[in-house]
Design a protein around this ligand. Structure first.
Ligand code: PLP
Length: 374
């Protein structure tokens, strides 16, 4: 069965089982903090809410099929990132991180992992530069495309090199989702994502997950979740399942819109540079085509000056000025306002939503004109 069919049918009984007469087609979430557990607790499928929940199981089953691995869900992308660090790293270990990855991951390693005796080595995503820092490393952390500059590295090549050096490989796969790119099938050991973005796609949920192939590694991730209490509410898990069913529709539309926007911006003389893996001018376009099925919703571009970028955002009628990305409504922000990424003051990160492309391009055109960039 193809991903799209599986995703549309998330939560339904698998053929040849049928939905029983009179049952709802889509079962609702199961709310419980404690389950009836007579006698020996190992004889009850469910006992206590921090350990397990049937609605989590449904979502993890669906994500597992999409990732090609075993999945554990977490209450945010960062909770999923931390679960990987906790399960894999020990005092004295070394992690190789992208210098241009999502900034909170970098800050987490600096402010917390360092005090647990873990060393971080940083190199850029572009040109597989992290591959030069692998000697003696325990974990290679990749993020491709990187957020927000959309650089690409070669997952298979770097995974092979890391394995030769004795390191595990984790990929932050947030931007493309597992429908757009499958890190486990490209040789990585761990695929981790913020499902707050495209995977759930309605800007109303905070969620993350970790996927692995190795059951022993999954057991460690699971153990961390149970002991730390980093767990998801059943309603969030159920909302995510509902959203998952439309992921193929949303991601295809968002990626087509992002491609159209990137090409439009590239042809606009006032835009200094445009970063999108789907552009032929992207330095790693050929590699992106090889390892990605969808290039995703995020396009970043440079309007050079802070004031131009601010006027552009104000003048747009369709772009909601907001951080985050992957929602059905198009959004954009001046990334330098957060102060953590090596980007210019006029650098914009735009997330293409599901609106009509012609409307989006007309709006971008008038906003660029109004920004005074022309
Ligand atoms: N990874 C990437 C690439 C992100 O962009 C984000 C959030 O923006 C995260 C991880 C963290 O996700 P969350 O905000 O769901 O904790």
């Amino acid at each position: 069965m193809k991903d799209t069919t599986r995703l549309v049918r998330v939560g339904l009984p698998e053929p040849p089982e049928k939905v029983a007469a009179g049952d709802p087609i889509h079962p609702g979430p199961i709310f419980a903090s404690a389950y009836a557990t007579p006698g020996d607790p190992s004889e009850s499928a469910y006992t206590y809410a921090r350990f397990h929940n049937p609605t989590w199981d449904e979502l993890e089953h669906a994500l597992g099929a999409l990732e090609g691995g075993i999945v554990r869900i977490f209450p945010s992308g960062m909770a999923a990132v931390m679960a990987v660090f906790a399960a894999v790293l020990h005092p004295g270990d070394t992690i190789v991180l992208p210098s241009d990855c999502y900034y909170t991951t970098r800050i987490l390693t600096r402010e917390f992992l360092a005090s647990f005796g873990i060393t971080a080595r940083l190199a850029a995503t572009a040109d597989n530069a992290q591959g030069k820092l692998l000697e003696g490393a325990n974990l290679l952390w990749l993020e491709t495309p990187s957020n927000p500059t959309m650089d690409i590295c070669n997952i298979r090549l770097l995974s092979d090199a890391a394995h030769r050096a004795g390191a595990l490989v984790a990929v932050d796969n947030t931007t493309p989702t597992a429908l757009g790119q499958k890190p486990l099938s490209l040789g990585a050991d761990i695929s981790v994502a913020s499902d707050t973005k495209s995977l759930t796609g309605h800007s109303d949920l905070l969620l993350g997950h970790v996927a692995v192939s190795d059951p022993e590694l999954n057991a460690k991730i699971d153990r961390w979740r149970t002991l730390s209490g980093s767990v998801v509410g059943p309603m969030e898990a159920w909302l995510a399942m509902r959203s998952l069913a439309t992921l193929p529709l949303r991601l295809e539309k968002q990626s087509n819109n992002a491609q159209g926007i990137a090409e439009f911006l590239e042809s606009h003389k006032v835009v200094r540079s445009v970063n999108y893996p789907g552009l032929k001018s992207h330095p790693a376009h050929a590699l992106a085509r090889e390892q990605m099925r969808y290039f995703g919703p995020v396009v970043s571009f440079d309007l050079v000056h802070r004031s131009t970028a601010e006027r552009f955002l104000k003048a747009s009628n369709l772009l909601v000025e907001a951080t985050s990305f992957g929602g059905i409504v198009s959004s954009a922000e001046r990334r330098a306002r957060w102060g953590h990424d090596a980007v210019s003051e006029g650098f914009i990160r735009l997330s293409a939503g599901c609106e009509d492309l012609e409307d989006l391009l007309a709006d971008l055109d008038q906003a660029l004109t109004a920004s005074g960039a022309n």
